[in-house]
Design a protein around this ligand. Structure first.
Ligand SMILES: [Zn+2]
Length: 99
């Protein structure tokens, strides 16, 4: 789980350069970190699958969602196909270190 850290370091990304940056904890020790850099349309995602424990780094297009949507985006585990849902934080109790 250090691919996004490497990107940030290598490219000198500062918080002000991030359009979206989140770190989520899931059950069973699962985690997900996502980063969207301003001016880009590709979301960098790395995760530890809450279902099978697989750790991977991937990218996917940033897709706008409606304001009413409760899920910001979904990442599918390449190994077990579990769908990791990243819910919006607004109005939710879920904790996040950065949003
Ligand atoms: Zn999995």
């Amino acid at each position: 789980m250090d691919e996004i850290s490497k990107i940030i370091e290598k490219r000198g990304i500062k918080p002000a350069d991030c359009a979206y940056h989140t770190l989520r904890d899931f059950e069973n020790g699962g985690r997900l970190r996502a980063l969207l850099i301003k001016g880009e349309t590709i979301t960098h995602v790395e995760y530890k699958c809450p279902e099978c424990g697989h750790v991977a780094y991937t990218t996917q297009p940033w897709v706008p969602v409606s304001k009413a949507a409760s899920v910001r985006f979904i990442v599918e585990c390449v190994k077990c196909k579990f769908k990791i849902k990243v819910e919006k934080l607004k109005g939710k109790k879920k904790k996040a270190k950065k949003e």
